[in-house]
Design a protein around this ligand. Structure first.
Ligand SMILES: *Cc1c(COP(=O)(O)O)cnc(C)c1O
Length: 391
């Protein structure tokens, strides 16, 4: 049998991060003491009142289909969130709740991009963006950045990259994998170029609540009605409420796009899990007092890790002020990011993600969504490794 794999599926690159992850898991299974910096999810538990709401929904028999774009109750709660946090007015019909922020990203790209379109993806990028673009049949065009500009694209760079085929720019601030947060001024300048050139923006704001050191998230949609009209916001509950396994994300978009996404979703996944949506309402309208506690802990780890990394020979690390990642530059050590991470795992039993997975071979991604004790142990080991390599 000759199994034909579709052109779009065959174009996907298998996840490089998974190879390291699989190896780390195997080593742990073999009884080795591996320290993991690979986590892409919070190490805290989902707050209790959110779990209670979902348990109650189950007990109450809230177990059937909901509208495919989410319950009216949850879409209202999302619209209220955008008004309260971002000063943005969306009708519930402009809000689509999906099976995770990732699903929202995919829907947004699928609804707006097709063969012949170019999508601008600043690097280091979240691994899934270019692959989603390829699945839609469009072409990802990478905009490289370095740590010298805190991983931020410049308006001139954007202007030069735009062609008549450019359909969409993907923004992600605070960023995975670098933790970088654009200032309002920087972001407005980027948005201005898109408005001027008629390029749509997909702004992934899932790390909105996770900022430190006085950095503050601003949505690019909030600068003017024109910015609003050029922006699809994708968002979700996974990171700020530690609900990664719940699979709940949402999008706010201009009406025609929301309508197209609703159609896509109604013929693919249908609604996100009914009782999870009840938990989602509890997350958005309930107490938010877990957040300052988590932020203080993340910030402590961030400062510590950054200081330790900058004290290592041949390593420099931008003290990024968002999400829960650092992206130290390892290029001085003369190893590719893949070799660096493979040897770090082999020789010191520390798992990190090679930057090449994010389109930036000069760095590695370290997640500090792990305990302080783990961070200390992992960085002690990494320091030994780096000293050996630097000799
Ligand atoms: C985690 C993450 C998401 C969404 O995750 P879900 O679990 O699908 O909600 C989206 N974008 C980025 C950049 C992320 O890191």
């Amino acid at each position: 049998m000759n199994y034909q794999i579709s052109k779009n599926a065959a174009a996907l690159s298998p996840s490089l991060t998974l190879a390291i992850d699989a190896k780390a898991k195997q080593m742990r299974a073999d009884g080795l003491d591996v320290v993991g910096f690979g986590a892409g999810e919070p190490d805290f538990d989902t707050p209790q009142h959110i779990k209670d709401a979902a348990v109650k929904a189950l007990a109450d028999g809230f177990t059937k289909y909901t509208p495919s774009s989410g319950t009216v109750e949850l879409r209202r709660a999302v619209a209220d969130k955008f008004l309260k946090d971002n000063g943005l007015t969306y009708k519930p019909s402009q809000i689509i709740v999906s099976c995770g922020g990732k699903h929202s990203c995919y829907n947004a790209i699928l609804a707006t991009c097709q063969e012949g379109d170019e999508v601008l993806v600043p690097a280091p990028y979240w691994v899934s963006y270019p692959e989603m673009v390829k699945l839609a049949g469009a072409t990802p065009v990478v905009l490289p950045t370095t740590d010298a500009t805190e991983f931020k694209i410049r308006p001139e760079q954007l202007r030069e990259a735009i062609t008549p085929k450019t359909r969409l720019l993907i923004l992600n601030s605070p960023s995975n994998p670098t933790g970088t947060v654009y200032t309002a001024e920087e972001l407005k300048a980027i948005g201005d170029v898109c408005v001027e050139r008629g390029v749509l923006m997909m702004s992934d704001e899932i790390y909105e609540k996770l900022t430190y050191d006085g950095a503050r998230h601003v949505s690019v949609a909030s600068f003017s009605p024109a910015h609003y009209d050029h922006t699809i916001i994708v968002h979700g509950l996974a990171k700020a409420y530690s609900m990664t396994g719940w699979r709940l994300g949402f999008m706010a978009a201009p009406e025609p796009i929301a309508k197209a996404v609703d159609a896509i979703q109604s013929h693919s996944t249908s609604n996100p899990t009914s009782f999870a949506q009840k938990g989602g309402v509890a997350a958005l309208v309930g107490p938010q007092d877990h957040l300052p506690v988590w932020l203080e802990e993340y910030d402590k780890r961030r400062s510590y890790a950054c200081q330790r990394l900058n004290a290592m020979p041949g390593i420099s690390c931008v003290p990024s002020r968002g999400a829960f990642y650092l992206f130290p530059n390892i290029s001085q050590l003369g190893l590719s990011s893949t070799d660096f991470c493979a040897r770090l795992l082999e020789e010191e039993k520390v798992a990190a993600v090679p930057g090449i997975a994010f389109g930036a071979d000069y760095g590695i991604r370290l997640s500090y969504a792990t305990s302080m004790a783990n961070i200390e142990k992992g960085l002690d080991r990494m320091e030994q490794f780096v000293r050996r390599v630097a000799e």
